[in-house]
Every structure is written in C-alpha cells, then in structure tokens.
Design a protein around this ligand. Structure first.
Ligand SMILES: [Zn+2]
Length: 121
C-alpha cells in the first residue's frame, strides 16, 4: 500500500466518475444480461411504414457511432472498476507492467491509470 498518495482522494474521484460513466452507458446502451461488464448499443427502432432509405442509413449510422462510443466508455468503466478493486486490496497506484509506483501527477490526471508514464502505451 502506498503511503505517499492520498488514496481516499483517488477513491472518491473514481467513485464519482464511475457513476457518470455508468449513466452514459445506460443512456446509449443496455447492459448485456450475460456479462454485466459489457454493454451493447440499443438497436434503433425501425418504423416499417415510414422507413425510407435515408432514414435506414441514419439509423445504421447512429447505431454504429453509439457502438463506438460504448466501446470507449466500456473500457473506461472497466479501468475505473479495476482501480477501485485495487484500492480495496491496497494495491492501488502501481504500474501493471513494471510494478513501480505510478507518478502522482499521472494519477491526478487519470485516476484509473494502469501504468507508469514509461509504460503508458
Ligand atoms: Zn511501468
């Protein structure tokens, strides 16, 4: 466990962000009933009577862009969840690659950071 950083501060920030991300996920997607860490975009409702080709194309486009946004949000959601689990286990703030303590300014910029600056990619 790290004594040099204020883990409680990071925990609060993470908990706040988790709620926001969860809300966004629920706005544009629905949780996969078989895997609660997985979301899928709501299929756009097609109105058979009024659907013309343009509308269908718009719907498909919207579904695809929602799917892309969901994917990003889902990654963020899982990063935050993992960071909170690490806090519970007193393992927060260490690089997943080299196990070194993650720089504090990096954690301030991204509380869910998994790696130190050297191993960012
Ligand atoms: Zn590292």
């Amino acid at each position: 466990m790290r004594k040099d950083i204020d883990t409680k501060y990071f925990k609060n920030k993470l908990a706040e962000e988790l709620l926001l991300v969860e809300k966004e996920l629920n706005d544009i997607g629905r949780r996969n009933p078989d895997n609660k860490n997985d979301w899928e975009a709501e299929p756009t409702v097609m109105n058979q009577d009024s659907a013309d080709e343009n509308e269908t194309a718009d719907n498909i486009e919207e579904f695809e862009s929602n799917t892309a946004v969901l994917k990003e949000l889902e990654i963020r959601y899982n990063d935050i969840k993992d960071a909170l689990v690490k806090i519970e286990k007193d393992e927060y703030g260490f690089c997943e690659v080299c196990k070194a303590p993650i720089e504090e300014d990096r954690l301030i910029a991204n509380q869910a950071a998994r790696t130190c600056k050297e191993h960012m990619q």
